[in-house]
Write a protein of this length. Structure first.
Length: 365
């Protein structure tokens, strides 16, 4: 057996770490009516538990058992929380509750560690991989006192999906530079970030399409390109596709735990585009998209295919893009970029049922 990593869920009378109170004026979750789960809590906690983290609840409950906070008002919402989590396979290995008021300065009240002396004496506890999660400065100090990482959650911190990614996932990021006599390209991708894209290629319509690709795939994308636009747009468009494909492949790594396949059928006014793709490392493009005009403004419509051909080839993507309907060239092109984006979003997402397994019977992708 390896050393055990522990995840301490730090909560107080008025805390909003897994659940929240309805009335901001209240200092207690002392009834079922005030109990609500925070958004997106269950699946990240399940991921953490399934990955082998031992979950421990550590809580300051000011005056629990006194007239100001009777036991009978505390346990119904507490037990409801535990029951909901248990139905999803999430169980706490231990629950530690300190009942003192702050003015009593008890050694067992967080951020002091009196409730955790048995953990501190346990040599099997892997502190390097353990963490305290809470939404207050005192929780972060509690982490310092325990000698583990502290992660702030809630409105001023990370969401629970972000916490799970931070603890479980290697960063899925990559930067690729491509410098030729015709272009100088730098592409950076982060498959899990949530920041606005930064796109600059010198081609206004192409920038707009790449922005749509980034926003609808939920992939953080930075592209800076300088090309021989005085000659043609072709080199810039194709080389951006090459660099982006290489960056995606690099960020995906060995592709363990991802869904791998994605598909989406997108309508945009008169246009409807269907996309299906496989992150197979076997590049192949099927493109049945024609345009009623040769240009969209000054942008050659034939370059849309050239971009996706480069993306498919250098990203190792089996990519099928089919036009169902379409009268307006701008709508057709934009629908194609958005459909590919949504299919790509599905394909790169972690599959919670797959865990860390490879989505292939071949043993490699």
């Amino acid at each position: 057996m390896g050393r055990c990593a522990k995840l301490f869920y730090s909560t107080d009378t008025e805390k909003q770490t897994l659940h929240r109170r309805i009335s901001p004026a209240d200092e207690q979750i002392d009834s079922i009516e005030k109990f609500r789960l925070l958004p997106d809590v269950i699946m990240p906690l399940k991921r953490l538990a399934d990955a082998g983290y031992e979950l421990v609840m550590v809580s300051n409950q000011d005056g629990l058992g006194t007239a100001s906070f009777p036991e009978e008002t505390f346990w119904p919402p507490q037990n409801l929380l535990l029951h909901i989590l248990e139905t999803q396979g999430i169980r706490f290995a231990a629950i530690r509750i300190d009942r003192h008021f702050a003015h009593q300065a008890s050694d067992t009240r967080k951020p002091k560690v009196g409730m955790m002396l048995d953990y501190l004496a346990d040599p099997s506890w892997d502190r390097a991989r353990s963490a305290v999660i809470g939404d207050r400065d005192t929780d972060l100090q509690f982490a310092v006192n325990l000698g583990v990482a502290g992660i702030r959650c809630g409105p001023n911190g990370l969401s629970w999906p972000q916490i799970a990614r931070q603890l479980l996932d290697a960063p899925r990021t990559a930067t690729v530079q491509r410098n030729t006599k015709e272009t100088r390209i730098e592409v950076s991708v982060d498959l899990d970030a949530e920041t606005p894209p930064e796109i600059s290629t010198g081609l206004g319509f192409f920038d707009h399409m790449l922005d749509q690709l980034a926003r609808h795939s939920l992939i953080d994308l930075t592209i800076r390109a300088k090309g021989d636009l005085h000659i043609d747009d072709h080199h810039t468009v194709e080389d951006v596709g090459i660099a982006l494909g290489q960056a995606l492949a690099k960020a995906l790594g060995d592709k363990r735990g991802i869904r791998r396949y994605g598909h989406f059928r997108l309508a945009m006014d008169d246009a409807q585009i269907a996309c299906a793709l496989d992150l197979s490392a076997r590049p192949y493009l099927i493109w049945t998209v024609d345009f009623p005009t040769a240009k969209i403004g000054t942008f050659d419509t034939e370059l849309v295919r050239e971009f996706f051909q480069a993306l498919s080839t250098h990203g190792g993507i089996t990519l099928h893009v089919d036009k169902i309907h379409g009268l307006n060239s701008h709508h057709i092109a934009e629908a194609a970029f958005k459909a590919v984006a949504r299919a790509l979003r599905e394909a790169v997402e972690p599959d919670p049922r797959l865990g860390n397994a490879l989505p292939s019977t071949k043993g490699a992708l």
